[in-house]
Design a protein around this ligand. Structure first.
Ligand code: BG6
Length: 478
């Protein structure tokens, strides 16, 4: 048994994203975001991305859990658990409702002034993602999102506005949430939420992704440069969805295939950390003729705007087989995924792999030589409220405990430099992938169902008290 060894000042907390909990989708002049045009789906039934808000459809993010109206109560509950930090995003459409305005929306800025002040009241450090699946819908429709170089300027204006306004309230930032999701470029959700791209049958999804993602890494680098100018003490990170590809067997062909898939997912953060494209992807892009618009100036900017730390989500690993594709032709990694017989899965079919988190912490340390921050991890599960109002969620505690045990080993035995841990959906919120409320991650239960019914009352689950103890003992008592 390893003794308590999380470093002093370790940032224990929780993570959310504006569009998944704030609701109030039109309050204070907020504009429509890409998340506001996504209907509810379910496991195996993708969310529909409609062309604007269509009357009669169910858009779960519109009202979500009304964090906008409940944030004081919710932050008090986070403080009761002992949070040292709270990761959220700034809804781009509260600040620039359409995305291409010259001046920001004061009411939106004021909301985050109040929110961050409320955090600091309890000594909770805000950790802020600038773009978490929330691009203004207007930018999607009019400019084709990051398919257009102009969107770089719109993003940088938004980022700069936030950096200036909150320069003394927020120290920890991330530019784009899970920028690597779009490696699965045939997935409509990933393409719309990462880059604001709506693809149809005529699109060459892969080509569009490489061009748009290039503009996105340039936008990120420019934002980092601006941020450091505004406050040199800022810590600005990348944020990736770390889902390592394992080989299906020890056959060298499988091992090579897994390496190739990892290269295709890693290149986004490689560019953000190293300031240049890795050779494999650079060669692939050139060979395929993707990304025609890249300038020398872009390459300089990428070098100048590298990140300070690597934020990442970790939910699962994936396993790939060379039998499912040609290693020199693979395009969409999702085409070659196979089941891992050693792992159990969640009710939403996500493989559960705590050891993969220790593997990842070492993998990312070796690759990037930067501090790491686990900014998402958790189990989406159905919770049952007992007649007496209690919510017993031993499955969630078990999941988090097993992952934290691996984290602790990575920190104490392997020497990983880890800044903090913010489990996902610390309060129940709308699932990004399915739009469901019933896929719950929280320590705090919110009374709302998939049809939008419920009192919105908040209650503490068993995991609330467990996590409170974990924080209080700085991870000694898991
Ligand atoms: C991450 C996202 O992909 O996973 C979150 O950053 C998301 O926005 C989380 O909610 C869990 O996924 P889901 O689909 O269960 O909500």
């Amino acid at each position: 048994m390893v003794e308590n060894s999380f470093p002093a000042g370790f940032l224990w907390g929780g993570a959310v994203a504006a569009h998944q909990l704030e609701g109030a989708w039109q309050a204070g002049g907020k504009g429509v975001s890409v998340a506001d045009v996504m209907t509810a789906g379910e496991n195996g039934v993708p969310r529909e991305i409609t062309k604007g808000v269509v009357a009669g459809k169910n858009y779960p993010n519109h009202d979500a859990i009304d964090f906008y109206g409940h944030y004081k109560e919710d932050i008090a509950l986070f403080a009761e658990m002992g949070f040292k930090c709270f990761r959220t995003s700034i809804a781009w459409t509260r600040i620039f409702p359409n995305g291409d305005e010259a001046e920001p929306n004061e009411a939106g800025l004021k909301f985050y002034d109040d929110l961050f002040a409320e955090c600091h009241k309890y000594g909770i450090e805000p950790v802020v993602t600038l773009a978490h699946f929330e691009m203004p819908w207007h930018l999607v429709e009019k400019y084709h999102g990051f398919g257009n170089r102009k969107t770089i300027d719109f993003f940088v204006r938004f980022a700069t506005t936030c950096f200036k306004r909150y320069r003394n309230q927020v120290k920890y930032w991330m530019t784009f949430n899970e920028i690597d999701n779009q490696a699965a470029f045939n997935n409509d959700f990933s393409m719309a939420t990462n880059s604001g791209l709506l693809l149809d049958n005529d699109s060459d999804n892969e080509a569009e992704m490489y061009q748009a993602a290039h503009y996105e890494v340039v936008a990120s680098a420019l934002a980092v440069k601006e941020g450091k100018r505004i406050n040199p003490d800022f810590m600005i990170g990348t944020m990736i969805n770390y889902t390592p590809a394992y080989p299906a067997s020890s056959a060298p062909a499988d091992v090579l295939m897994a390496q190739r898939v990892n290269q295709r997912r890693f290149w986004f953060s490689d560019v953000q950390v190293w300031g240049e494209y890795p050779r494999e992807v650079e060669t692939y892009i050139q060979r395929r003729g993707f990304r025609p618009d890249i300038t020398e100036e872009d390459r300089i900017v990428l070098k100048e705007g590298t990140v300070d730390y690597v934020g990442f989500s970790y939910y699962q690993s994936m396993t790939v087989s060379a039998k499912k594709g040609d290693v020199d032709q693979i395009t969409d990694p999702m085409d070659i995924v196979v089941e891992n017989p050693y792992l159990e899965s969640s009710d939403w079919d996500w493989p559960i792999d705590p050891i993969g988190l220790r593997y990842g912490l070492n993998d990312l340390t070796d690759r990037y030589h930067l501090p790491l921050f686990i900014v998402e991890n958790g189990l989406g599960a159905v919770d049952q409220v007992e007649a007496n109002g209690e919510i017993h969620d031993p499955y969630r505690i078990d999941y988090l405990r097993k992952h934290l045990e691996e984290v602790r080993k990575a920190v104490t035995l392997d020497g990983v430099d880890l800044m903090g841990y913010t489990p996902w959906g610390c309060i129940d919120l709308v699932s990004a992938g399915t739009g469901q409320m019933s896929k719950r991650y929280g320590f705090i239960y919110v009374d709302k169902d998939d049809d939008g019914n419920g009192s919105l009352a908040r209650s503490r689950k068993d995991s609330f008290y467990w996590y409170q103890k974990v924080i209080k003992t700085n991870g000694a008592d898991l």
